[in-house]
Design a protein around this ligand. Structure first.
Ligand SMILES: *Cc1c(COP(=O)(O)O)cnc(C)c1O
Length: 228
């Protein structure tokens, strides 16, 4: 086994362990490989190891990789902050956008997603622990946003995405509670199935609290080098 195959197997095992401990089905948590800063060839190698869902944060870098890896079946997730004037490429090229935190952004994605494409999957980003200078809407805004965004065409509002401060395990429980509460506001509640939380350092805690999708970079690819 090569290094990436080995790392992936290990992460999958950790997820499985966390599910087992929480009394959850191991299939109930999806692994999103967060590949920002890593070259396309590493994504190709991880794809060969069986990984299909990849998450990127920076639009231009993501578009370059989508182009370079267009021969592969990859489900592309955008997990960075969504700028209002950059929605067009997201609507056209991605399967998922996790960083939606305002109605105007969702409206633009909805109108820019072609009706001939599969609906764009959306997670609403919530600043669950009220961190200053963090993206995400306040928890109090979530019910109204779910009500509004779930009624837009060409989108499927799948759930919530949170990035709590490190070691804030309570925030995962709060996110889970909010996730359960606001389902009643959704126009199509059967689409409400995704709680995007947990990264390399806190996967197990997130899974214990009910995460259905962990976003993992470092534990798969190693440390990131931002100097390039
Ligand atoms: C970079 C990033 C991750 C991955 O973090 P690791 O600690 O490397 O696993 C997950 N989610 C988001 C939103 C990120 O920006």
């Amino acid at each position: 086994m090569n290094t990436l195959q080995h790392a992936r197997a290990q992460v999958l095992r950790q997820i499985e362990q966390a599910c087992l401990q929480a009394g959850r089905d191991a299939q109930s948590v999806q692994l999103l490989a967060v590949s920002k800063t890593h070259p396309g060839e590493m994504l190709r190698a991880l794809h060969a190891a069986g990984q299909r869902a990849f998450g990127e944060n920076y639009l231009q870098e993501a578009l370059d990789k989508i182009e370079a890896l267009s021969d592969l079946e990859i489900e592309w997730h955008f997990i960075g902050h969504v700028q209002r004037n950059k929605t067009k490429h997201l609507a056209e090229k991605f399967a998922w956008v996790h960083g939606v935190d305002r109605l105007i952004v969702a409206e633009r994605l909805s109108s820019q997603r072609a009706a001939s494409q599969a609906p764009l999957n959306i997670c609403l980003q919530v600043n669950i622990d009220g961190q200053e200078s963090k993206d995400g809407c306040p928890p109090a805004d979530v019910p109204a946003l779910v009500q509004q965004i779930s009624r837009l065409p060409n989108l499927q509002l799948r759930g919530l995405m949170v990035i709590p401060a490190p070691h804030n395990v309570q925030a995962f429980a709060d996110a889970r509670k909010l996730f359960d509460q606001v389902k009643a506001q959704h126009a199509h509640p059967e689409q409400w199935d995704t709680l995007s939380m947990g990264m390399s350092g806190d996967m197990a805690e997130a899974v214990a609290a009910g995460s259905t999708l962990v976003r993992v970079g470092t534990a798969l690819f190693g440390a990131r080098d931002y100097s390039q």
